[in-house]
Write a protein that binds this ligand. Sequence first.
Ligand code: 6CS
Length: 384
Amino acid sequence: MILRNGLIAGAVILLAACGSDEQETAATAPETATPETAEVEVTTWGFGLEEIEGSVQYEYGEKFAELINEKSDGEIEVKLYPYGQLGGLTDIYDQVQEGAIQLAFGSGFLGGTVPESQLFSLNFVLTDDEKLNTEILNDPAFRKHEDLVAAFAERNLQPLAIVPEGWQVWSANKAVRSPDDFEGMAIRVMDNRLLRETYSAYGAEPTTMEYGELFSGMQLGQLDGNIQPVFAHQEMDFYQVQDYLIFANQAQFIATFMGNKEWYDGLSDEHKDMIEETVVELVPYVHDVQTRLNTERLDIITENSDIELVYLTPEERDAFRELSIPVRDTFAEMVGERGERLMNALIEQVEAAQSGDETPSEETDAEDGMQESDESAMDEADAA
Ligand code: 6CS
């Protein structure tokens, strides 16, 4: 609660700043010109992150900012607002919807704002190959799917990229190997109904809590378990108050990179193309970032604690997979025909990629050398 209040106080200070000189930077401010140089109008795009410095979202944001600044010859600066600076998670979504910031990430909590985005919380839908998943989700056939774009547009948002940040790993104070082990366990889920349905189906007691309150929630015993990618278990110190990390590879943590729709619609074609080129370049980049961060942080966790690592066998995973399948119907009931079409489109893309019928479009390969790694990812998936 103390942290939540701190977050809100931080947001108030920031919004007060936006009302004064921040407002000027958010619009356009001329840089000091020398007699030799022409005046450059600098525009600032505010980018709200759901995570703190050192996270996958922060590294994505830094690289996005660097590339946009380069491509615009310094005309555009992207200002990052790490988690906590704009308030809680839903405060970030509110601010991008209202246009107080231009860009933001939205993940599990976004389900309250864009119900169709709960699709990314479904378990056992993607392949076991993380790189292939990143490519499928960012293939224009899915990323620009009219139902995805319409779902976000209805909430004044424009989806720009889909960013998987690693496997969602369970933490608990006992080893969880079967749905029976989940019985009576208060496991924290991000605030969306689909996750509550999923973990109820697994036999647990899903409990919603803000990201910044989780450490104390576990320390005080309000929560018995948590679900995060490895880097977040480390970065937020969650692992220090849990005894087991359980790898079921049931789902990846997926965030949508999005813009305010009105703002996006008003951009010049040149700026839209710049964004498009950048998000395409960042597809292989963010895959490398997330695998590096998750690997490095697991080493830190094991060096600094006695936490036990549990990797589920294929048979153990199957018990959870079976329980997860009916939740797809719940998703369809919750979000209606548009969401159901989108879910089916994703499932078809996954099946096509796994059977090798269709490789993700070459539009995702912005840089030389990407083609080769894409092919090896496909080969690995085929062999699996
Ligand atoms: O669990 C959460 O609420 C948060 N976890 C991560 C890794 N990123 C943002 C999200 O809100």
